[in-house]
Design a binder for this molecule. Structure first.
Ligand SMILES: CC(C)(COP(=O)(O)OP(=O)(O)OC[C@H]1O[C@@H](n2cnc3c(N)ncnc32)[C@H](O)[C@@H]1OP(=O)(O)O)[C@@H](O)C(=O)NCCC(=O)NCCS
Length: 153
């Protein structure tokens, strides 16, 4: 497996991964309406393409396909961080995280922070993050728990 920056032309594959992981993995914890709001079936692909070009994510590649991606913003915010639903628990997330942390240290970013979903909380704790706050936002009429997490570098 290899971790590198995304290449133009991979946006559609990234959307499929994000969509499927959101519906299948996050869908175990959140409602159907919530995951459909985060990853709608009729997503505007021009908007998604523009987003990915701006975020310039790291991608993990294995078996000739993208098996995960992760986004680091200049202020240390980790935005999307998704592993292919068929490659969960195989170390893909750890490889992506290592690349993100290395890049953050190179850029002299003092700390990383993220709004972490329930299914990802244990993973981020394993990476050395601490929970600052548990949030209970109402999304589509139902509470959707997430955690504000931070790691000092
Ligand atoms: C969170 C996520 C990115 C982790 O990726 P992954 O490739 O499955 O993680 P890894 O296999 O590298 O696991 C690393 C460690 O975290 C632990 N871990 C990962 N998910 C876990 C879970 N749900 N419960 C307990 N431990 C977990 C693993 O056991 C492993 O521990 P080890 O090093 O002692 O073996 C992945 O589960 C995912 O895509 N989740 C859904 C999308 C999501 O919610 N993203 C986060 C948005 S903030």
């Amino acid at each position: 497996m290899q971790v590198r920056r995304y290449k133009p032309g991979e946006e559609q594959e990234l959307w499929q991964l994000y969509h499927d992981t959101t519906h299948i993995i996050n869908g175990e914890v959140y409602t159907r309406e919530q995951v459909e709001r985060w990853a709608p079936h009729d997503k505007d692909m021009d908007e998604w393409k523009e987003r990915i070009q701006k975020k310039n994510p790291f991608v993990a590649v294995g078996d000739d396909k993208i098996v995960g991606f992760a986004e680091l913003e200049p202020d240390g915010h980790i935005d999307y961080f998704y592993v292919h639903h068929k490659y969960q628990g195989k170390g893909v997330g750890s490889m992506l995280y290592t690349a993100i942390e290395k890049e953050a240290i190179n850029q002299k970013i003092p700390h990383l922070h993220a709004e972490v979903s329930v299914p990802a909380k244990e993973f981020f704790l394993k990476q050395g993050f601490e929970i600052l706050e548990k949030k209970n936002n109402i999304i589509c009429g139902t509470p959707a728990i997430n955690f504000m997490m931070k790691k000092q570098l």
